[in-house]
Design a binder for this molecule. Structure first.
Ligand SMILES: *Cc1c(COP(=O)(O)O)cnc(C)c1O
Length: 548
C-alpha cells in the first residue's frame, strides 16, 4: 500500500505553490468545500460516522510523535483527515445532541470565517487590523448597550475613544472572567500617593500598604470552575474564592452572602469582587442580581456578573427581565460561542465604566503606544483573530428580533420538556428550567413511591443505586451515538442534599423538535432495561421499603 502512494518532493517551488495557487477544481478539498457550502447538515451527517469506535482505538491513529519527513499531497492528507479525524468527531450540531452548550451554527459563518482567515488580521494592533479594530469596538459597544442600555451620546463619546475601553473581546468566558477579576483586583489595590499600585509592586506590598489581612472573591457554590483558575493566576489562591450557599433553586443565598461579607470585613479581609451567575453552567439558574448589587455597593466592592451562557437572554424582550439587575454590574462576561451561535473562540467582558480598564493598561514601544487605538493595550491576550467579524455578521444577519425568536423558542422548549418529564411515571425532574437548561433522572415508578416513604438510610441506599443507573444510562446513550445528554452531580434540597447524579440537557439547537425529546426519554427507558443486575438490586431495595 505504502509504496504505491504517489509522493511529492520537498522543493521550494512546491512550497511556493501552497502560498499561491490552490489545487485544481477536482481536488478533494474543492469537493469538500462545495459540499460544505451546499448543505452543511448533510456534510456533517455524511462524514461523521456514528460508530462505537473506542477512544483507545482512535488514539492509535494519533500515536506517532515524529513530524513527517515526507510531505503529503493536500488531497491525500484531506482524505486522511476525513477518515481519521472528521469521521470520529462529535456531531455537536445534531438535533439529538442536547447535552452541552455547543450546538449548531448558521451556515453563513463557514464562508465568512474563510474570509476572516484569509485576511489574517491581528486585532492586537491597528497596524495589522485597521477596519477590524473599529468593528470590534462596535461589537463591544453593541453588547455593552444590550446590557447597560446607555444612550447614543454615551456610545458616540466612548466606543472609539483611544483612552477608554467598553470591554475586551477574548477567546472565551474563562479569559473574560479572569480579565474582570484582574480589573477588580487592580482597582481594589490601586496606586495611592507614593504607593504605585498592585500591578507594579505585587500583592504582598499592596496588602501591606492597605493593611489587609487577606483578599477574597465570593461566588455561589454553583460558580464556574474558571473562577478558581482566575483566583489562582491572580495570586489570590483558590481558597480565597469563597463559596456562598444556594437556595432550593440553585440561586445564591443573599443572607449567607451578607453574613460572609460581614465576617470577612471583621477579619480585615478585603472582598475584591462578588460574582453573580446569570445562567449557572450545571442548572441554568440566575442569581438575585439586584440584591447582590446592593450588598456590593454597601461594601464598596466590584460586582461581576458571569453571564457567559445566560447573557444572550438579554436579546429577548420577553425574557430579559430574568436578568434584572445585570445593568448594575461593574462588569459582565458573555460568551458569543454559546447562545449567540458563533463558533468557539468568542468571549467578551464588558465594563460599565469606560475608565475601568485603565488599571490593566499596558504599553510597549513598537506597538500599543500611548494614545493609539490598539486593542492590545487592554487585553490579557496578545495576538488575536478577527472573530469579532463573525459576531458582527450574525448581529446584522439575524438581528435582535431574530435572536429573540431563537432564545424564546429554546426557553419554551425547555418548559415543554420539563412538563413532559413530569408527566412520566418513571422520570423525575430535578431542576426546573429558568432558561433552556434542565436536569432530571430516570426512577422506576415503584422506586419513586419507595423514595417518598423511605427513612434516611433507605433513601441513601436507593439514591446510590439510582446514581449508578443514571451513569449507566448516560454512558450507554453516548456510546450508542443516537442521542446525547450530559450528566452532572447535584445536591438537591428536596432529596436531603444527597449526592445525586442527574442528566443535564441544554436545548440550544433550533432544529431539536419535540419528538426528539420524546425519543430521548424512551431510549433512556430502554437502556435502563439493559442493566438487569442494577434493576434487580433497585427492585429488591424498593420492595423491602414498600412491603413494610
Ligand atoms: C461556559 C462558561 C464559562 C467558561 O467559558 P469558556 O468559554 O468555556 O471559557 C464561565 N462561566 C459560565 C457560567 C459558563 O457557562
Amino acid at each position: 500500500m505504502e509504496s504505491e502512494q504517489k509522493t511529492v518532493d520537498v522543493s521550494f517551488e512546491n512550497l511556493l505553490k501552497i502560498f499561491t495557487v490552490p489545487e485544481g477544481p477536482d481536488s478533494t478539498l474543492t469537493k469538500i468545500e462545495a459540499e460544505l457550502s451546499q448543505n452543511l447538515n448533510q456534510f456533517l451527517r455524511e462524514h461523521i460516522v456514528a460508530d462505537e469506535k473506542p477512544l483507545k482505538e482512535i488514539e492509535k491513529d494519533f500515536s506517532d510523535a515524529a513530524i513527517p519527513e515526507q510531505p503529503s499531497f493536500v488531497s491525500d492528507h484531506t482524505q486522511h483527515l476525513l477518515d481519521t479525524l472528521v469521521a470520529h468527531s462529535v456531531h455537536t450540531a445534531a438535533p439529538s445532541f442536547i447535552g452541552h452548550m455547543t450546538s449548531a451554527l448558521p451556515y453563513f459563518l463557514m464562508p465568512l470565517s474563510k474570509i476572516m482567515i484569509a485576511l489574517n488580521q491581528n486585532l492586537v494592533k491597528i497596524e495589522t487590523s485597521k477596519a477590524f479594530t473599529p468593528l470590534e469596538r462596535q461589537v463591544l459597544g453593541m453588547l455593552h448597550r444590550l446590557i447597560y442600555q446607555r444612550n447614543d451620546a454615551f456610545y458616540q463619546q466612548w466606543m472609539h475613544s483611544a483612552e477608554h475601553s467598553l470591554g475586551a473581546f477574548c477567546s472565551g468566558g474563562t479569559i473574560a472572567n479572569i480579565t474582570a477579576l484582574w480589573v477588580a483586583r487592580n482597582n481594589a489595590l490601586k496606586a495611592q500617593g507614593s504607593f504605585q499600585g498592585v500591578e507594579k509592586v505585587g500583592l504582598y506590598k499592596a496588602m501591606q500598604h492597605y493593611g489587609y489581612q487577606g483578599l477574597a472573591v465570593l461566588v455561589s457554590k454553583r460558580g464556574h470552575y474558571s473562577l478558581k483558575k482566575a483566583a489562582d493566576v491572580l495570586g489570590l489562591g483558590q481558597d480565597e474564592l469563597v463559596a456562598v450557599e444556594t437556595d432550593h433553586n440553585n440561586r445564591l443565598c443573599v443572607k449567607d452572602l451578607a453574613q460572609k461579607m460581614a465576617s470577612l470585613k471583621a477579619q480585615n479581609i478585603k472582598v475584591i469582587a462578588v460574582i453573580g451567575v446569570a445562567g449557572t453552567t450545571e442548572t441554568g439558574n440566575i442569581d438575585p442580581l439586584s440584591d447582590i448589587a446592593s450588598l456590593c455597593a454597601e461594601h464598596g466592592c466590584h460586582f461581576h456578573v458571569d453571564a457567559a451562557w445566560g447573557g444572550a437572554t438579554l436579546m429577548s424582550n420577553r425574557y430579559r427581565y430574568l436578568l434584572d439587575g445585570i445593568e448594575k454590574a461593574d462588569s459582565v462576561t458573555i460568551d458569543a460561542h454559546k447562545q449567540l451561535y458563533i463558533p468557539m473562540g468568542a468571549g467578551m467582558v464588558l465594563f460599565k465604566d469606560p475608565d475601568a480598564m485603565r488599571s490593566v493598561e499596558h504599553h510597549a514601544q513598537y506597538i500599543l503606544r500611548k494614545g493609539s487605538k490598539d486593542l492590545g493595550s487592554h487585553t490579557l491576550e496578545g495576538s488575536r483573530s478577527g472573530m469579532a467579524m463573525l459576531v458582527y455578521a450574525a448581529m446584522n444577519i439575524i438581528s435582535r428580533p431574530g435572536y429573540e425568536l431563537l432564545i424564546n423558542q429554546s426557553i419554551e422548549k425547555a418548559k415543554h420538556f420539563a412538563a413532559l418529564i413530569k408527566a412520566q411515571p418513571d422520570f423525575e425532574l430535578i431542576s426546573q428550567p429558568e432558561l433552556c437548561l434542565l436536569t432530571y433522572r430516570y426512577v422506576p415508578t415503584a422506586t419513586k413511591q419507595a423514595l417518598e416513604v423511605a427513612n434516611q438510610a433507605q433513601q441513601q441506599a436507593l439514591n446510590d443505586k439510582l446514581n449508578e443507573l443514571t451513569q449507566f444510562i448516560q454512558k450507554t446513550q453516548r456510546e450508542t451515538g443516537r442521542s446525547f445528554v450530559s450528566r452532572t452531580q447535584l445536591n438537591p434540597q428536596h432529596l436531603n442534599q444527597l449526592d445525586t447524579i442527574v442528566f443535564r440537557v441544554v436545548l440550544a439547537n433550533p432544529l431539536t423538535h419535540n419528538e426528539i425529546l420524546e425519543s430521548v426519554l424512551s431510549e433512556q427507558r430502554e437502556i435502563a432495561k439493559q442493566a438487569p443486575n442494577l434493576s434487580k438490586q433497585l427492585q429488591s431495595l424498593t420492595n423491602d421499603i414498600l412491603e413494610k
